[in-house]
Design a protein around this ligand. Structure first.
Ligand code: G3H
Ligand code: 13P
Ligand code: ZN
Length: 325
């Protein structure tokens, strides 16, 4: 019998969530968090919209927030959800873009219920080797594992690639079989960050749904993950620019394409940049309009409240996960 270390924190792995999402034609939101206010907004928004949720932590977030503190933040979030918000939504804690066996192992040992081993920067055989090694360890603790084939463009703290390489459908069956992963992140034209396309928001080229469809045929019913799926909400980009920021040509994935993806075998949609934009926009606005304000609660509070609204809107109008908790 596997020893589920994460059960002590009240968490679940992603297997059941993905099964239901696949059958129901919706996607589970995976929201990144680094601090208290983001976590409050994610749990509050998902409890209010009755959506299952994957709390996602990057290795950069882990360094920023401290791994021990993160463990108890996740535990506290689950307890707040159950006791104060009276919600029973399933909650997973997931490592985003783990790039070595060691970081995946450490997260499993700390109580994460799901990990991503991102071996996409390695040659194919090495990707299989490191992914299979993580799966073998994760099985002992019934932790779900996400692998990745193909490379997304985008420059962030710990996720860097200048050019994207679409996933080669010819590799997916072999990869899934040899590694034993529970889900697969693919590259079909999304990228990380707030500058995804070099065109106006209305002229964004369609994602490569042809590649997704080919993959779906080759591994039917297998959960697919979409990274780089922020829509880069223009209202918040405009607010940032209005209140002293400089974010020219920030463009994301149009919501109708995300809706289409959510109805397919895409069971998990990763959103980080949209949350960052909201928080920055509101903090800039509050501080610009109240220059003498110096109580962090007065700008972090409104930022948190707006982020919660965005999360409810995403779950309801884009992912279709609202009401599925
Ligand atoms: O995909 C990357 C996530 O947005 C995390 O970004 O490494 O800057 O925390 P980060
Ligand atoms: P965005 O930068 O589009 O929010 O993507 C986040 C992500 O893929 C986290 O893994
Ligand atoms: Zn990602």
């Amino acid at each position: 019998m596997a020893e589920r270390l994460y059960e002590e924190l009240g968490l679940v792995n992603t297997r059941e969530m993905f099964k239901k999402a696949m059958a129901g034609g919706y996607a589970i939101p995976a929201y990144n968090f680094n601090n208290l206010e983001q976590l409050q907004a994610i749990i509050g928004g998902c409890a209010e919209s009755n959506s299952p949720v994957i709390l996602q932590v990057s290795s950069g977030a882990r360094k920023y927030a401290n791994q021990t503190l993160l463990r108890y933040m996740a535990k506290g979030a689950v307890e707040m959800c159950r006791q104060d918000l009276k919600s029973n939504i399933p909650i997973a804690l997931h490592l985003d873009h783990g790039d070595t066996f060691d970081i995946c192992k450490s997260c499993i040992d700390y109580g994460f219920s799901s990990v991503m081993i991102d071996g996409s920067h390695h040659p194919y055989e090495k990707n299989i080797e490191v992914t299979a090694q993580v799966v073998e360890y994760a099985r002992k603790y019934d932790v779900s594992v996400e692998g990745e084939l193909g490379v997304l463009a985008g420059i962030e703290d710990d996720v860097q690639a200048e050019h994207s390489h679409y996933t080669d459908p010819n590799q997916v069956q072999d990869f899934v079989k040899k590694t034993g992963v529970d889900s697969l992140a693919i590259s079909i034209g999304t990228s990380h960050g707030a500058y995804k396309f070099k065109c106006a928001p209305g002229d964004v080229p369609p994602l490569r749904f042809d590649i997704l469809e080919e993959i779906e045929k080759l591994i039917p019913g297998f959960p697919i993950v979409l990274h780089g799926a922020s829509s880069v909400v223009q209202e918040y980009v405009a607010m940032i620019n209005k209140y002293g920021g400089k974010m020219e040509n920030a463009v994301g994935v149009p919501e109708d394409q995300l809706r289409r993806a959510a109805k397919s075998a895409v069971c998990k949609i990763n959103i980080d940049s949209d949350g960052r934009l909201v928080v920055t926009a509101i903090i800039r606005k509050v501080l610009a309009e109240n220059p003498s304000e110096f109580d962090p609660r007065k700008y972090l509070g409104p930022a948190r409240d707006e982020l919660k609204k965005l999360i409810i809107a995403k779950n309801t109008n884009v992912l279709g996960s609202a009401g599925q908790g």
